[in-house]
Design a protein around this ligand. Structure first.
Ligand code: PGA
Ligand code: ZN
Length: 431
């Protein structure tokens, strides 16, 4: 028997950063190596995501328990992957996909499948004595990602009055990842001081960004721009801005209008496009994610025509890390970038395929966390391994977010002179 063959897979219910149950899997190989992997959970989930299996037993965690997913790991998945070489991550994932046999992984649960996919990859890397990024990316996985750091939270991630979910800073002018992190932390602390001095709350949202009640998205942007200056940087050259509207949460009426839940505004698709155009004209915004709803294909086409040259337009809920949806979007001229969230598709190999498809079409890819996270740092390695050049993993606050930044600081140190921090080159838009 090959020493890398999987001999046993077990699951357990652990907690995510919101205190909700999630799945962890542990994989044991023939040579005795064990490794674990755990899965995140979104709040602004898209309708095209793979299925997260929850127990629905209201006596436990208000129905959100994941004991069925754990049982599926201990039973069906254990049988399906035993004997397969963990180093062949495509074979491990394929065996689970075949055992599940549904288009959205709903029988076994995408949460069960992903936990094992991650644990198996980690076990293979450990057995081969390779860092995870090296095992997945080989010798060419050497590009550190530019952090898109979410320092002000709104939408469903915060109990404040802001509809846009994420306001991010993007340190394109840094010379290294370590410097990028330092710049962002300095801005984060400057923003904290600024908000306090104006009498606003500095309590944080789910991704560690501040969550004050403000006058609207423009005021949020202006405070961030001021904090960038106060920290000693130039907004528009050292640091750019990015937004995630998460506008699939604004699904409105049957006329296809958007209703912003907090401000109560009703906007047509074109009104919203005009709003983004106005913001892009006024502020140094390099990227907007989910600017429109996941089903507003016609709007996405218009948006891409009108803003696609100037701004990175990211499809999160729109593509759901799904290669089929991405290919369709590419052929229709929707967006120019894809957010890669492994749990939207439910296994590592299919997320890698989405990145490859994006690259071929000239779309950028951003590896991303979810708003509910664990201490698992796999996405940090994945970002470096796949050379995507961009990562979203929240504010420099809350351990489940800093774990990813700290992992990337260590990866940069290991890569030494072969490591590349791409800065503005990670973005295809004109600055
Ligand atoms: P979610 O949000 O993890 O709550 O879905 C993250 C995002 O929209 O990018
Ligand atoms: Zn998003």
């Amino acid at each position: 028997m090959d020493k890398l063959n999987i001999v046993k897979v077990t699951g357990r219910e652990i907690l995510d950063s919101r205190g909700q149950p999630t799945v962890e899997a542990e994989v044991t190989l023939a040579d005795g190596t064990t490794a674990s992997g755990s899965v995140p959970c979104g709040a602004s989930k898209g309708i095209f995501e793979a299925h997260e299996l929850r127990d629905g037993d209201n006596d436990r965690y208000f129905g959100k328990g994941v004991l069925k997913a754990v049982e599926n790991i201990n039973g069906t998945i254990n049988e399906a992957v035993s004997g397969i070489a963990a180093a062949d991550i495509y074979a491990v994932d394929k065996a689970m996909i075949a055992a599940d046999d549904t288009p959205d992984k709903s029988r076994l649960g995408a949460n069960a499948i992903l936990a094992v996919s991650i644990a198996a990859a980690r076990a293979a890397a450990a057995s081969l004595r390779l860092p995870l990024y090296r095992f997945i990316g080989g010798i060419s996985g050497n590009r550190l990602p530019v952090p898109m750091m979410n320092i002000l939270n709104g939408g469903v991630h915060a109990a404040n009055n802001i509809d846009v979910q994420e306001f991010m800073i993007v340190p394109v002018g840094a010379q290294s990842f370590k410097e990028a992190v330092r710049m962002c932390c300095e801005v984060y602390h400057a923003l904290s001081a600024l908000l306090s001095s104006k009498g606003f709350s500095t309590a944080v949202g789910d991704e560690g960004g501040f969550a004050p009640d403000l006058g609207g998205d423009e005021q949020a942007i202006e405070y961030i721009a001021e904090a960038i200056q106060k920290a000693g940087y130039k907004c528009g050259s050292d640091i750019m801005l990015a937004l995630d509207a998460a506008s699939s949460e604004w699904k409105g009426n049957d006329k296809g209008e958007y209703i912003l839940p907090k401000s109560g505004k009703t906007l047509s698709s074109q009104d919203l496009i005009e709003h983004w155009k106005m913001l892009v004209g006024k502020y140094p915004i390099i990227s907007i994610e989910d600017a429109l709803d996941e089903e507003d294909i016609d709007g996405w086409q218009r948006l891409t025509k009108e803003l696609g040259e100037k701004v990175q337009l990211v499809g999160d809920d729109l593509f759901a890390t799904n290669t089929k949806r991405l290919s369709k979007g590419i052929s229709l001229g929707c967006a120019n970038s894809i957010l890669i969230k492994v749990n939207q598709i439910g296994c590592i190999s299919q997320a890698i395929e989405a990145v490859k498809t994006a690259k071929k079409a000239g779309y950028t890819s951003i590896v991303s966390h979810r708003s509910g996270e664990t201490e698992d740092t796999t996405i940090a390695d994945l970002a470096a391994a796949l050379n995507v050049g961009q990562i979203k993993t929240g504010a420099p606050c809350r351990g489940e977010r800093t774990a990813k930044y700290n992992r990337l600081i260590r990866i940069e140190e290991q890569l030494g002179s072969s490591g590349v921090y791409p800065g503005a080159a990670a973005f295809k838009v004109k600055m």
